[in-house]
Ligand binder design. Structure first.
Ligand SMILES: C[S@@+](CC[C@H](N)C(=O)[O-])C[C@H]1O[C@@H](n2cnc3c(N)ncnc32)[C@H](O)[C@@H]1O
Length: 242
């Protein structure tokens, strides 16, 4: 019997996910990556892994900036789309971040809340260890996560959004240490139900995982301009690790 798909294998592989989050676009990716690679002082031709890369918005720009870039993701549809942009120094592969990595990199980026998807918190440590084992000496890991306090404070229990002829109803709540989003998609005559489920992780939890993986947090930023993190005000929790 075929195993039922997990929510993250399902939702992110749909066109609806990309339509709902279309404001997380190339401009945002360029802005953040410009600030980040300047800050990290990465050298031309350094090897960067963007995992998970989605359709490749960060990876494509990193390659344009002169880095040898690999994007990887579990979503077959996203990687199929990203592969049209492949060229020398820019590759895309299907990879599950819970599995060990093959190459070695000067920087590994995990961007836009791509962490904390799994039922066991120990899986977070496993993922960080996979990143650590694929890092070259002196390399950097960047985890760009949500700021839990801000998300909980601004949580809207129900929202209706219409985009491209699709009606989305989004119901959010926090339960059993997960931020849960139920997404109902009405498209033509069809109704689809999806779920997004991210562990409610704050900085203290992230520090525990980092330590358990044998890594060190070097800097903590609160937004894509790389301002310092402030748990009451920051949009993001961005961790730079070594
Ligand atoms: C919120 S999206 C962010 C994608 C990309 N970083 C961006 O900013 O556009 C999360 C991504 O994680 C991917 N993903 C989910 N579980 C994964 C796993 N176990 N291994 C690799 N990628 C995974 C999804 O397919 C999706 O593309």
């Amino acid at each position: 019997m075929q195993k039922e798909k997990e929510w993250f294998e399902h939702w992110f592989d749909t066109p609806f996910y990309h339509i709902l989050y279309d404001y997380r676009n190339d401009d945002e990716a360029r802005h953040f990556m410009t600030n980040l690679v300047d800050h990290l002082k990465l050298a031309k031709n350094d090897k960067i892994l963007d995992l998970p890369c989605g359709k490749g918005r960060h990876a494509i720009f990193l390659h344009e900036k002169g880095f040898n870039t690999t994007g990887a993701d579990l979503s077959e549809n996203s990687i199929k789309y990203a592969k049209q942009f492949e060229k020398a120094g820019l590759n895309f592969d299907i990879h599950d971040m819970r599995n060990p990595l093959k190459g070695s990199y000067d920087a590994i980026f995990n961007l836009f809340t791509s962490f904390g998807y799994f039922n066991q918190e120990t899986t977070n440590i496993k993922i960080l260890k996979n990143f650590k084992n694929a890092l070259r000496p002196g390399g950097h890991i960047v985890i760009d996560f949500l700021n839990l306090e801000k998300v909980i404070e601004n949580l809207v229990p129900e929202q209706h959004i219409s985009k491209k002829g699709i009606d989305f109803t989004i119901r959010k709540n926090v339960s059993d240490n997960f931020i849960i989003k139920k997404i109902i998609v009405k498209h033509k005559q069809e109704v689809h139900h999806y779920i997004e489920k991210v562990q409610a992780l704050d900085l203290d939890k992230m520090k525990l995982f980092t330590k358990a993986a044998g890594l060190e947090i070097q800097e903590i930023f609160g937004d894509y301009d790389l301002n310092p993190f402030n748990k009451s005000h920051s949009e993001r929790l961005i961790l730079l690790m070594k």
